[in-house]
Design a protein. Sequence first.
Length: 129
Amino acid sequence: MLKSPNTLRVALARPLILCVEDEVVALAIRKKVLEQDGYNVIGVTGAADALTTLRESPVCAIIADHMLRGTTGIELAKEMKKMKPDVPIILFSGALPERLTCVDVYINKGEPTATFLGIVRGVVERFCS
C-alpha cells in the first residue's frame, strides 16, 4: 500500500557547524548542546585546524571563540572570509571586541543557552537555507 503524498517525510540534512574553541571542556559542552538541537558539529581547538576544516568540509556556519591561543576570533574570521565569504561567522565571546570586522553575528558567552540556540538557529535559517 502506498502512502499518500501528504504523509511522506523527507529527511533533511542536518546543517554542519564548525565550532572553534581552545578550551576543550567548553568545546565539548557547546558541541553537545548544538548536536542536541539538531546540528552536525565539527569541533576544533585551533585556527589552523579551523581553516583546514573550512577548506575541506561543507560548513554552513562557524561559531568561533574570540580569545584563541595565538590569534583572535576576529583575525580568524578575516582568513575564513577570504576562503568562503558566504559562510556566516558567529563570534562567541565573554567581552565585546572593539571591532567586529568580518563577523556576521556576536553572541556574549553569558547569554542563556536558549538565547544562544535561538540566535544560531536564526543565522542558519537566514544564511544556510
